[in-house]
Write a protein that binds this ligand. Structure first.
Ligand code: SF4
Ligand code: SF4
Length: 150
């Protein structure tokens, strides 16, 4: 009986306190600023240097380039893929990228699937990856541009 009352006591103690649960997926948890979430790719920034491919410890990035229309000595990105079956969200690819063409976002879900093929994300998916959390791509880009101007 004492244990029962003790249990009710604990329940009553937390009855009016702030809730820690959220109504996922309608509500999202705000992730920390440096959270390593699912990537976003900016094709216009990519210089096809292959550094992200070489840095990836699980070999899940594949890309191809094509000659720049105005300068045949340069390349522009043609295809860019990440196979999220093997990605460990380690951040190596984004750390080595010299132009911030590949960045990590606050996105942490919507990758689960019964079909393995759905984990293979191409340039169109990666460059339109929406971001939610405590910042947006626009804010991040603004910060990058501000940093470049300094
Ligand atoms: S986060 Fe790591 S594992 Fe994932 S693509 Fe980048 S380098 Fe590869
Ligand atoms: S995403 Fe960055 S590191 Fe990868 S090829 Fe493009 S510019 Fe180079």
């Amino acid at each position: 009986m004492f244990r029962l009352l003790k249990g009710f006591g604990v329940t009553l103690k937390f009855f009016g306190s702030k809730k820690f649960t959220i109504l996922y997926p309608d509500e999202k948890v705000e992730m920390p600023e440096r959270f390593r979430g699912i990537h976003r790719f900016f094709p216009d920034k990519c210089i096809v240097c292959n550094m992200c491919v070489n840095a990836c410890p699980t070999d899940v990035i594949t890309l191809t380039g094509k000659p720049h229309p105005d300068n045949p000595k340069k390349k522009v990105i043609d295809t860019y893929n990440i196979d999220f079956q093997g990605c460990i969200l380690c951040d190596f690819c984004t750390e080595v990228c010299p132009t911030a063409a590949i960045v990590m976002t606050a996105r942490y879900d919507n990758l689960s699937s019964y079909d393995r093929a759905n984990h293979f994300k191409d340039i169109d998916w990666l460059s339109s990856n929406e971001v939610y959390g405590n910042y947006t791509i626009e804010e991040e880009v603004d910060e990058d541009e501000a940093g470049e101007e300094k």
